[in-house]
Design a protein around this ligand. Sequence first.
Ligand SMILES: Cc1cc2nc3c(=O)[nH]c(=O)nc-3n(C[C@H](O)[C@H](O)[C@H](O)COP(=O)(O)O)c2cc1C
Length: 197
Amino acid sequence: MGKIDFKPGNMLYPLPAVLVTTRGSDGKDNIITVAWTGTVCTNPPMLYISVRPERYSYQALKETGEFVVNLTTEAMAKETDFCGVRSGRDLDKFDRTGLHKGRASIVGAPIILESPVNIECRVKEEVPLGSHSMFLADVVHVTVDERYMDQKGSFHLEKADPIVYCHGSYHTIGKALGNFGYSVRKQKKIRKNRTNN
Ligand SMILES: Cc1cc2nc3c(=O)[nH]c(=O)nc-3n(C[C@H](O)[C@H](O)[C@H](O)COP(=O)(O)O)c2cc1C
């Protein structure tokens, strides 16, 4: 098996491409697409986003310390790309994409109603790293779209057709291969029907 050397760089894919919403201290709402994001702690629930200081959104993040991570879907793919190539400095991305804003429960930044999951966050610490500054944040509230809840109270994100960002392109997630722990779970015995039919 041949291997080719690459210079050290970002090669950890696929990643979520999320829409991060902010509300500046001037009251202006904005949306920025972020792929440098991830969960960092279960309890307390924490995540991070890394944003370049030159982004328009950076100022709002810094000033307010609040943001919402809105998960994206196949139906929102174009809007996700748009919010990652146009700046809130020049236009209103809610207006231009037609995405609808809703009130968050705890933070001042709006949620995106089309998004199946809205994760409200409060910045705990900013870590300047180089090209990007990492905002480590507490998750303070989560809302999910009730359309993806089943009768038992389980949430099915896969039904929302979430998308991932994979080395420069957007993809849907494809077929399910198994649930958590399936590799070690015993197969359920198929009970023979012992009746006469
Ligand atoms: C798929 C995708 C992922 C991106 N991820 C990030 C990211 O993690 N951090 C960042 O600072 N910019 C990222 N960008 C670039 C910003 O979204 C882009 O510069 C945007 O126009 C900034 O908006 P703003 O000026 O309104 O804040 C990404 C762009 C795309 C298309």
